[in-house]
Write a new protein. Structure first.
Length: 419
C-alpha cells in the first residue's frame, strides 16, 4: 500500500549543534547542478574541516622539511611534529606505546603490511585464515594472495538476512590449523557493527591473533585497542576528516618485534653494508623511505578535531540520523533496505524496484545529492543478498535531518522518472 509521507519530529540533542559544526566545513557551501550539496558519501571519504585544512597549510608553509637525521631547524621541527602526530594517534586509540602506531598510506596498506610481514613469516601450508562475509575487498584479497602463495586456506564466517555475523558458525571454524583472524569492525556496505571484542576474545582462547579493519569505525566511535585486546588495528585518515594517503597500523609490540620489515629503504635501518643490513627498531622498521609527513600531521589534527567534538556525542547524533532516515525510507513503496542489523553505524544501503543503482545515483546527483552506487568493494555481500549493487547513503555528524528529507524527496523523484 502507498503510505503517505509523514515527517517524524525527531530533533538532535540540544548539546549537539550541527549548524555550528557545519560552519567548519567549507565544502558544504558548494552547489551541485545549482542545488545545495547534500553530501552522503562519507563511508567512501568524509569531508575536511577548516581546522585540519589550516593545520596542513601551517605545516606546508612554515614547518616542512624531511625528517630524522638532519640537524637544521626545519628538519627538527618537522621531526617533532611527525612524532607528536604519532603520540596523539596513540592516545586517540589508547595504544600502550607510541611505537605501536605505524604510519601507512591507509587501511589497505596496513592490511597488506600485516599479510606480507606476519603472514609470510608465520602462516604456512595447510594453515587456515578466518575472514567474514562482510569484509571489504582490502581485507580479502591480501589474504587470498597469501593463501595462494603459502598453500593456506581461507574460511569465511556467514551472515544472516539482517547482515549480522553468525557467531555460532564463527566458533565452528576454529581448529588446530587456524592461524589468523581478520575482520571488519564495521561493514562499509551495510553499516553492521560487529561484536569484535567478543570475537577477539574467542580467538585468543585458541592463541590466534586478530586484525581488525577499523576504517569505518574510527570516524564514528571511540576505539580503545587495549580494551578490545586486538593484535592489529588499521584505519585511514580520509574517512575521519583527514587527508588522503595516510592511515595507521596499530600492532602489539610483541608481534611487531617478531615481524620482518615489509619494505626496504631509508630510515628503516640501523646500518647497511653489502654483507649485511641491520634493521631499526619500532616504529622505523616499518616506515621505509620518506613518510607522508604532512598526512600524519593532518591525521593527528583530524583526531584532535573529532575528540574535541566528542566521539560519544558524534555516535549518538549519527544514530539519530540513521533512525530517522531508516524510518523514512521504510515508508517508501518499492524501496528495500539491504542490511538491517540491530547494531549499525549511519549507513543505509538500499535498492529501488525496477531502477539500477547507477541511474539512482545519477538522478540524485542532479538534485545535488552525493551517494555511492555499486558493490562498494564488498562483492561477497552483494552475492549474499542476491543483488548486483546497491545505493548507499552514509551519514556523518555534519549532516542534518533536512538532508535526509532531501534524500527522500530525491528517491521519490527517481521513482517518478523511472516507474
Amino acid at each position: 500500500m502507498n503510505m503517505p509521507h509523514v515527517a517524524l519530529k525527531l530533533e538532535p540533542a540540544p548539546a549537539f549543534d550541527v549548524e555550528r559544526i557545519r560552519v567548519d566545513f567549507p565544502i558544504l557551501k558548494l552547489k551541485i547542478e545549482g542545488k545545495p550539496l547534500v553530501y552522503l558519501d562519507n563511508a567512501a571519504s568524509s569531508q575536511m574541516p577548516q581546522p585540519v585544512i589550516d593545520r596542513l597549510v601551517h605545516y606546508r608553509t612554515s614547518q616542512h622539511a624531511n625528517i630524522h637525521r638532519a640537524v637544521h631547524a626545519l628538519s627538527e621541527i618537522a621531526t617533532h611534529e611527525y612524532e607528536e602526530a604519532r603520540r596523539k594517534l596513540a592516545r586517540f586509540i589508547n595504544a600502550r606505546e607510541d611505537h605501536e602506531v605505524i604510519f601507512t598510506s591507509g587501511t589497505t596498506d596496513g592490511i597488506n603490511l600485516v599479510a606480507h610481514s606476519y603472514g609470510h613469516a608465520f602462516i604456512g601450508k595447510g594453515d587456515e585464515i578466518i575472514l567474514t562475509t562482510l569484509e571489504h575487498h582490502s581485507n580479502i584479497v591480501p589474504w587470498q594472495m597469501l593463501a595462494e602463495k603459502k598453500g593456506a586456506k581461507i574460511r569465511v564466517v556467514p551472515i544472516n538476512d539482517a547482515g549480522e555475523l553468525l557467531l555460532d558458525e564463527y566458533e565452528k571454524l576454529f581448529n588446530p590449523r587456524t592461524k589468523f583472524v581478520a575482520l571488519g569492525h564495521v561493514s562499509n556496505a551495510l553499516g553492521t557493527v560487529n561484536p569484535v571484542k567478543l570475537m577477539i576474545a574467542s580467538a585468543h582462547v585458541r592463541s590466534v591473533p586478530v586484525l581488525v579493519d577499523g576504517a569505518q569505525a574510527a570516524p564514528h566511535m571511540k576505539v580503545d585497542v587495549q580494551d578490545l585486546d586486538c593484535d592489529f588495528y588499521v584505519f585511514s585518515g580520509h574517512k575521519m576528516c583527514g587527508p588522503t594517503g595516510i592511515g595507521i597500523l596499530y600492532g602489539k609490540t610483541a608481534l611487531l618485534d617478531k615481524m620482518p620489515p615489509f619494505k626496504g629503504g631509508g630510515d628503516m635501518i640501523l646500518s647497511v653494508s653489502f654483507k649485511k643490513t641491520i634493521y631499526a627498531g619500532l616504529p622505523n622498521k616499518f616506515e621505509a623511505g620518506t613518510p607522508p609527513i604532512a598526512g600524519a600531521v593532518g591525521l593527528a589534527a583530524a583526531a584532535d578535531y573529532l575528540s574535541g567534538i566528542n566521539l560519544d556525542a558524534i555516535n549518538a547524533y549519527e544514530h539519530e540520523l540513521l533512525e530517522y532516515a531508516t524510518a523514512q525510507i521504510q515508508r517508501l513503496p518499492g524501496v528495500r533496505i539491504i542490511g538491517t542489523a540491530t547494531r549499525k553505524t549511519a549507513v543505509l544501503s538500499f535498492v529501488i524496484d525496477g531502477v539500477h543503482p547507477h541511474d539512482i545515483g545519477t538522478l540524485l546527483n542532479q538534485e545535488g545529492i552525493a551517494v555511492r552506487t555499486g558493490h562498494h568493494c564488498a562483492q561477497p555481500v552483494m552475492e549474499r543478498f542476491k543483488v548486483p549493487a546497491t545505493t548507499r547513503a552514509s551519514f556523518a555528524f555534519y549532516n542534518k535531518l533536512a538532508e535526509v528529507d532531501a534524500l527522500i524527496a530525491g528517491i521519490r523523484e527517481v521513482q517518478r522518472v523511472f516507474l
